[in-house]
Design a protein. Sequence first.
Length: 377
Amino acid sequence: MGKRFAESGRMRLLFAIKSLSTLGGGAERVFVDVVNGLHRRGHDVAVMTFEPLDAPSFYRLDEDIRRLEIGARSGSKLGQLALLPAARRTITAFAPDVAVAFMPSSYVPLAAALAMTGVPLIASEHNVPERYRRLPVRWLSMLVSSALVRQFTAVSIQMQEVYPAIVRTKMTVLPNLVTIDPGRRADVVGKGKEEGLIICVGRLHPQKDHLTLIQAFGLLADDFPGWRIRILGDGSERERLEAEIARLGLQSRITLAGTVQDIGAEYSAAQLYVIPSRYESFGLATVEALAHGLPAVGFADCPGTNELIAHGLNGILVTPDGGRVESLAQSLRKLISDPDYRRQLASGADQSKAPSPSVILDDWETMLGSVSGERSA
């Protein structure tokens, strides 16, 4: 069905997200990839954010995609509630067949703004409920607004299954769109066990549990003086992680590299990928690491990781029975010490293919066309 849209007609689509200037955001990256992909297929796509119109997009939007103004100017102190009437006017003037809003920070206000307009709203969710455990107001607002949402998207079946029925029954599973440069495959052997780089990608947040990775490396760093860790991402945990790195005396061995534009170059320069998260919705970085041929290490009890890493095939799933730090250190020691095992797992990573971008865009078109068709009917 998706291919027919590209061949025989086009939809008028509005995509909204709170911000595109966020440095290295995963949802923002998927947003831009989907918007660009649908635009290149011939659909009339416009983008709206709750930030000043002149705010730059960290990820590159195609130049001829429209950015819609909703009244927020540079330096504006207006909150989202004050912007809702303007958002309603802007969207109805654009008259989309379907509006798509990414994350509660966008789809909750737009659900209110578009009530009784006839514009169907699709809410694209990228987190599991555990993410909102300490954000009860956001969780409640999401549940309440679900009555005004035509459909939700989830990035995996496992994620969909843990949502309450009021949301789950409206969810369509659409994996994150992942674009890989096939010429950037990692050299997982490198200099054997003498020297190598471990990469970890994710915002510096307790969910990602970088502290466990740092402490696990501390248990074996003296035995492998040529190995380093590079952690990509930024967030509220930076000071805490820097303090722990300093306490262990590993400032020259562990780098908090912040946000980078060329993530493909980072994967291809590494010999091993580690995702120490406690929970994930999809694990976009894990998919990308596997697609670059990197063996992946994560925890067996982590949703969103345990469905991507196949133990002994493309990586190692760590069972934290002996403690998260000690168990992770033991698995890292095995992989650092055995370059042949890394090579074996890299071969398995070839069998861990994410759906192609064209297939995922087909699915987006199918879903959008279905909602648009319901509105027409």
